[in-house]
Design a binder for this molecule. Sequence first.
Ligand SMILES: NC(=O)C1=CN([C@@H]2O[C@H](COP(=O)(O)OP(=O)(O)OC[C@H]3O[C@@H](n4cnc5c(N)ncnc54)[C@H](O)[C@@H]3O)[C@@H](O)[C@H]2O)C=CC1
Ligand SMILES: O=C([O-])CC(=O)C(=O)O
Length: 269
Amino acid sequence: MSGSDLRVVLVGWGAIGARVAGLLAARASPVRIVAVGVRDTGAKRQGLPPDTRLIAGPEALEGIEADLLVEAAGRAALRPWAMAALARGWDLAIASTSALTDADLLADLRDQAKATGAQILIPPGALGGIDALAAASRLNMDMVRHEIVKPARAWAGTAAEEVCDLAALTAPLTFFEGSARQAADRFPQNANVAVISAMAGIGLDRTMVALTADPGATMNRHSITARGDFGTMTITLENRPLAGNPKSSELTALSLLRLIENRAGGLVI
Ligand SMILES: NC(=O)C1=CN([C@@H]2O[C@H](COP(=O)(O)OP(=O)(O)OC[C@H]3O[C@@H](n4cnc5c(N)ncnc54)[C@H](O)[C@@H]3O)[C@@H](O)[C@H]2O)C=CC1
Ligand SMILES: O=C([O-])CC(=O)C(=O)O
């Protein structure tokens, strides 16, 4: 560790947060996790970075100096932690992008960022090709469709259980078709990516999303098809689920890792 390390507050010590911290340590990245935001500071946790502070809420950020706050906690956690970080002029990276269907929240974050000169960063998360989609959307775009196929067990505990018996599926079932806004609001643990493809492309209401539970699948598949004045594109990813949470893909943690290392390293790739 050195005095020039990027100072990061990591909020959420779940599958993604712990994985990002573990990879940063294993790669000896020039990054110091100065604090980890959790709900219960008394609970036992494995693998916490040395010399980090466990803090239970944004009010405990008082006295901490950081460059970047990385949110990987959940939809409800975003507003308080994000506003506190931006108010201090720290940049903010968001994993729980489903929260951004709330236009008031997004406006408040943008206003706060503008007031202090901080940046709001939305990493591609479990997706790729977002640079191409975002560039293409500068011209007219006719359609964007995002299909998410996950193993049946990844939908356990979600609203999918209201429309099908996940354990009894013998073939893939598309149980939801609708806008990115509806997908993210109804499936906030599985469709954060719908907000990312929507914000990069043609917005929450014009981006169409289909959600499928596949009893034979082992990977989380994302297929994005777009058509517009730029031409057409089809992007497909087959993501390995994270060991700690089958709903979330390994690539989401890697995407945050990339963002953090890019900001720490002087070379952006
Ligand atoms: N942007 C993307 O592409 C993706 C985003 N996600 C989202 O990223 C977030 C993290 O995902 P996972 O690590 O897989 O979930 P997880 O459920 O394994 O971990 C979340 C952790 O955050 C903690 N937490 C909840 N509220 C908190 C708060 N107010 N303050 C501090 N900690 C709090 C929980 O106790 C839990 O330990 C979730 O919102 C998830 O839906 C997941 C996959 C892809
Ligand atoms: O990790 C993934 O494949 C996508 C995901 O869970 C989400 O967007 O919430």
